[in-house]
Design a binder for this molecule. Structure first.
Ligand code: DAH
Length: 347
């Protein structure tokens, strides 16, 4: 119950009480409550003013003025208390949220390219500079293109070189190498001359070991024309190997066998670690194998639509993971797809 106020003494008591309470207001919330209790529309001062009617007319002007003065001085006291409180809040925040702008910034964490992507781009850039176009071929292949059209009929023993992932659809497999892309390119471009590289993932149903994975990348190369010779293949491989491994790398060609090339070669470079003297990386041979290659077999040319009596071609296939392992001393091929950041961050 608000006490009935209508004498000057009452006003003085009211002022004292209001100021005492104001001094105790330590939050915005308390201040707001105080404000509506004393200065609000239903506040004590409004009520005090309404009491004026019960006074004799002669006292009314003085009383009215006193109420108004009191109202004004309480309003000022309120404003002072409010700004003091706000300053306190700001001062407290400044102290607790102090920011040292001279500290070095935090390094934002930026993503980076996977080492496999980096190496793939490097290899493709070298071939692109030599005039090879990039051709993307499918990863889900048919048995026909992956084997038969590459001169490996159904029971050819060379199929044993590639353990295959079969799908539930008869004749549909995951490609075991990028070589079937040769057929796709030839059929697409025949009878134009061809100079392409075919990068991509290959799959083999093999035991996973430090040296073999069930998925890995390959880069296939194919050149077809009316005057493509073995010397063109040798020159291309040499230029590539020197660009990727360094100017003073030696390149060695060994005779080999692939069903889709004749003659077939395996390509070695002089060891990156010992330069050819012999060490554990090259198993004391002085050489590291980097790719298979050869002159495109006439059967394959014909399957691609090219007449082998007019056209000839060379092809090669290399494994970027293997090359990255040689160049950077990566001991285990499983590191490539294991998503171990400690490995990936080194590139
Ligand atoms: N496709 C072979 C493999 O996966 C690599 C290869 C060897 C590709 C000789 C070629 C080549 O184009 O001529 O082992």
């Amino acid at each position: 119950m608000v006490p009935a106020i209508c004498t000057m003494d009452d006003l003085q008591a009211l002022e004292q009480r209001a100021l005492d309470e104001l001094a105790g207001c330590q939050s915005e919330e308390a201040l707001r409550a105080w404000n509506s209790r004393y200065l609000g529309r239903q506040g004590e001062l409004t009520l005090a003013l309404k009491k004026i009617g019960s006074l004799p007319a002669s006292q009314r002007p003085a009383y009215g003025q006193a109420v108004n003065r009191l109202k004004e001085s309480l309003q000022q006291a309120y404003n002072r208390q409010q700004s003091a409180l706000r300053e306190q809040v700001i001062a407290r925040r400044l102290a607790s949220e102090a920011l040292d702008v001279t500290l070095p910034g935090r390094q934002p964490s930026r993503g980076r390219l996977h080492p496999a992507t980096q190496m793939m781009r490097e290899i493709l850039a070298i071939f692109a500079e030599m005039g090879f176009q990039i051709f993307h071929s499918r990863e889900v292949e048919d048995d026909l293109t992956n084997f038969e059209l590459l001169n490996m009929p159904p029971h050819h023993p060379a199929r044993d070189l590639w353990d295959t992932f079969y799908t539930t659809r008869p004749g549909i497999i995951l490609r075991t190498h990028t070589s079937p892309g040769q057929i796709h390119v030839m059929r697409r471009l025949c009878p134009q001359p061809i100079r392409v590289v075919l990068p991509g993932m290959c799959y083999r149903y093999e035991q996973i070991t430090p040296r073999s994975e069930i998925m890995f990348q390959q880069v296939e190369g194919l050149a077809v024309g009316t005057r493509v010779r073995l010397t063109d293949l040798v020159g291309t491989i040499q230029a590539f190997a020197r660009r990727l491994f360094g100017r003073d790398r030696q390149v060695r060609l060994r005779s080999s066998y692939f069903p889709f090339t004749e003659p077939s070669l395996e390509v070695d470079v002089s060891c990156l670690v010992c330069g050819g003297r012999g060490c554990s990386l090259c198993k004391h041979t002085g050489w590291l194998e980097i790719m298979g290659a050869g002159m495109v077999h006439p059967v394959v040319l014909r399957n691609g639509g090219y007449d082998p009596s007019r056209f000839s071609g060379f092809a090669f296939g290399l494994g970027p993971q293997r090359i990255t392992m040689l160049l950077y001393g990566v001991p285990d091929i499983r590191l490539f797809w294991s998503n171990d950041l400690r490995f990936l961050r080194q590139f």
